[in-house]
Design a protein around this ligand. Structure first.
Ligand SMILES: Cc1ncc(COP(=O)(O)O)c(C=O)c1O
Length: 330
């Protein structure tokens, strides 16, 4: 199993700090997510139904009709490699590591790429997987660049998969509005922008044949009824979405400024996280953790990812903790 952010119980035990005393900055999940309303009893009691309005809400939000609801985009990440015969698969590195792991496990040949090496490797690939914007680097690929790569792959019956789990804050860069297209699969998540990672809901946008094959693979009722209910309401809540689109960039800038001020030069950023490449990553991670602040440590390349603090108390605690590290160092 790969490591992920958000393993708060493990950290609590390891650093002997009670669970409730932690500030979790280890994920890119919006800490001020969409507020869960009361859930009707029927959601718990009855099986979910496909025509409950979820797909209409998603079609409106993603501006595309061809979608399949899945139990988090992770469910698709795990299942897609099983649908294709052995292929040469290009994956970004660093990026969300589950892509590489799942395709490798299914017996495909992996070619690790950076944004700079994609172009010259494209002619060897059957499948290219792009995380856009990338996690943890924040790298945003242009629509035109992706369409060009898709065209090259499609000419050889290849496939472009774009993981848009973090795309909600930059919707103009999404290829969902230009979908479906043969040889193009887009993954979306309700976990990040909406801050609803726990309901395990995501979407696959692709041509009908891919969606039908994947649907069959995933089987009946891949999402729980409460999860469908919450996701439908969140996707329909345009007021909350507009407000959040306005506040997140300000929060991101505040975090970036705070980290830069403390000598942690930001190497890549997104509205929901900041990424810092530094050979002090492990030491900073540990010193913050010993003060009850969990960040996401990456070994390769050595780096740290900071998610957004939830409220003023957390902002202050982060500032104080960074200040303490800085003061200890000089
Ligand atoms: C880039 C990226 N894609 C997909 C996922 C999976 O998210 P979910 O299954 O909650 O949609 C994650 C989770 O961290 C991620 O970072």
């Amino acid at each position: 199993m790969l490591e992920h952010g958000g393993q708060l119980r493990h950290a609590a035990q390891h650093y002997n700090i009670p669970l409730d005393n932690w500030i979790d900055l280890s994920t890119g999940i919006n800490p001020n997510g969409w507020k869960i309303p009361e859930i009707p009893a029927t959601c718990w009691q009855r099986l979910p139904e496909n025509d409950d309005g979820l797909l209409q809400a998603a079609a409106q939000y993603y501006q595309c009709e061809n979608l399949l609801a899945v139990a988090g985009s992770q469910a698709a990440i795990q299942s897609l490699p099983l649908l294709y015969r052995r292929a040469k698969v290009g994956v970004l590195d660093p990026a969300y590591a589950e892509h590489q792991a799942c395709w490798q496990q299914a017996g495909h040949q992996i070619i690790r790429l950076t944004p700079e090496t994609i172009e010259k490797n494209l002619s060897h690939l059957n499948i290219l997987i792009i995380v856009n914007p990338n996690n943890p680097t924040g790298h945003l690929f242009s629509k035109q660049q992706l369409l060009d790569w898709h065209k090259v792959l499609l000419a050889r019956d290849g496939l472009l998969i774009i993981d848009e789990a973090f795309m909600d804050t930059t919707p103009a860069h999404s290829l969902s509005t230009l979908s479906p297209r043969k040889g193009l699969i887009i993954l979306r998540s309700i976990g990040k922008f909406f801050g609803l990672a726990g309901i395990r809901c995501g979407f696959v946008i692709a041509d009908t044949k891919v969606l039908e094959t994947l649907e069959e693979k995933l089987g009946a009722w891949p999402l729980s009824h409460p999860s469908r209910y919450i996701a439908t309401k969140a996707l329909n809540d345009q007021h909350w979405q507009q407000q959040t689109l306005m506040t997140l960039p300000k929060q991101a800038l505040r975090l970036q400024t705070l980290l830069n001020k403390q000598g942690l030069q930001v190497s890549g950023s997104h509205e929901l996280f900041q990424w810092i490449k530094t050979n002090k990553a492990e030491s900073v991670h540990q010193q913050l953790a010993s003060q009850g602040i969990l960040t996401r440590l990456f070994k390769q390349p050595e780096s740290l990812r900071f998610g957004l603090p939830k409220n003023e108390i957390e902002w202050q605690q982060l500032e104080d903790a960074l200040d303490k590290i800085y003061r200890l160092e000089i």
